[in-house]
Design a protein around this ligand. Structure first.
Ligand code: KG4
Ligand code: ZN
Length: 339
């Protein structure tokens, strides 16, 4: 039997979760509102908010799980990648707590954890079907876009990734061009539901292999808006829904084309999505539909495990715990890290 506390603090969400024998007993997330007025995450403010949040967040996660500190067998934390100041808060807290409780410490890679969010048991009595290994995962977050081949919980292989902006950045940066507040992704999702997907056509990249590019979309949208605004200064306001729908469709098309290619190349028909952008309703529908059309088994994590969360850190920590994959107290977080 193993009880793992998972701590996530890589960006602007402070989160803690408790995992018992591969099941999540609690997953508590404190999002930071302070960044909205700046139009993006301000790293120094994020670190300070983590410092304020971390004790009550861990306390709440333990209480919700009905677990006391002395029951914890190991502490898992996000070691990389992320904002260095934010990572440091979680890492120092995890180290101090592990030292005080005389229990092992587990370093977790944030991107690996996003993928493993797909194997967290969910639904009433864990009824939702989960993928079995090997499976493919399209991980789409604010900082990364990857296609991953998951051989086993701890053996993940990146088959392709973005060469510039991430899919989440494409949402957030184009939303900013439309005058929407940060983070723009969820708002584009909301307005896109009311708009015409085919109202406007934006350029799509031609990138070989399983890699992605999203920086061209932002330029394409900027160029188009400037042109239209010269004719009608209210163009964006009048066409907000259609613009959101067309931008979202372009991003989804780029992503789905590569997922299809990855399935064809690997012959693996179990496919997952992960990361903050996997909360997008248009993407979830398009992905599920593509799977149905081609006879794949598709999996979308529950919303609470899409954006950054302690649950995915705790489940990854659990699989590392089973292999005695511990780290010592000299470990430091790193902003960038290969797998
Ligand atoms: O995984 P995540 O919480 O943090 C990182 O590791 O980056 O992802 C955050 C990203 C942001 O870019 C945000 O706009 C995007 O996920 N996002 C969405 C939606 N919810 C979050 N993008 C599109 N539609 C959504 N519903
Ligand atoms: Zn993330």
């Amino acid at each position: 039997m193993a009880i793992i506390l998972g701590i996530e603090s890589s960006c602007d969400d402070t989160s803690a979760a408790v995992c018992k024998d591969g099941k999540i007993l609690s997953n508590f997330i404190a999002s930071q509102k302070i960044h909205e007025e700046y139009g993006g995450v301000v790293p120094e403010l994020a670190s300070r908010a983590h410092i304020q949040n971390i004790v009550p967040v861990v306390d709440t996660a333990l209480k919700k799980a009905g677990i006391s500190k002395k029951d914890i067998d190991a502490i898992a934390f996000t070691q990389a990648p992320g904002l260095i100041g934010s990572l440091l808060v979680g890492a120092q807290f995890a180290k101090s707590m592990a030292l005080a409780l005389h229990i092992p410490l587990i370093a977790v890679h944030h991107m690996q954890a996003h993928v493993l969010a797909n194997i967290i048991p969910s639904g009433e009595n864990d009824a939702d079907p989960k993928p079995t290994f090997p499976f493919l995962c399209l991980t789409v977050s604010g900082g990364h876009t990857q296609i991953v081949l998951a051989h086993s919980p701890l053996h993940l292989e990146v088959l392709g990734q973005t060469i510039d902006d991430a899919a989440g950045e494409a949402f957030d940066k184009t939303a900013k061009l439309l005058g929407l507040p940060y983070p723009g992704g969820p708002l584009i999702d909301k307005y896109a539901k009311e708009g015409n997907l085919d109202a406007f056509v934006f350029a799509k990249p031609q990138i070989p292999n399983l890699d992605f590019s999203f920086s061209g979309l932002k330029t394409s949208v900027l160029y188009f808006l400037n042109k239209e605004k010269q004719k009608d200064s209210d163009f964006v306001e009048k066409n907000k829904m259609d613009l959101c729908a067309s931008i979202q469709k372009t991003i989804i098309d780029i992503l789905m084309k590569k997922v299809k290619k990855a399935v064809e190349q690997t012959g693996i028909h179990q496919v997952c999505i992960a990361g903050g952008v996997s909360a997008n309703s248009g993407l979830r529908n398009a992905f599920t539909e593509l799977g149905r059309k081609h006879g794949w088994k598709t999996f979308c994590p529950p919303f609470q495990y899409c954006t950054d969360n302690g649950g995915m850190i705790a489940i990854t920590g659990y699989y590392k715990f089973l292999e005695n994959n511990f780290t010592d107290l000299t470990v430091s977080p790193t902003a960038r890290a290969a797998w």
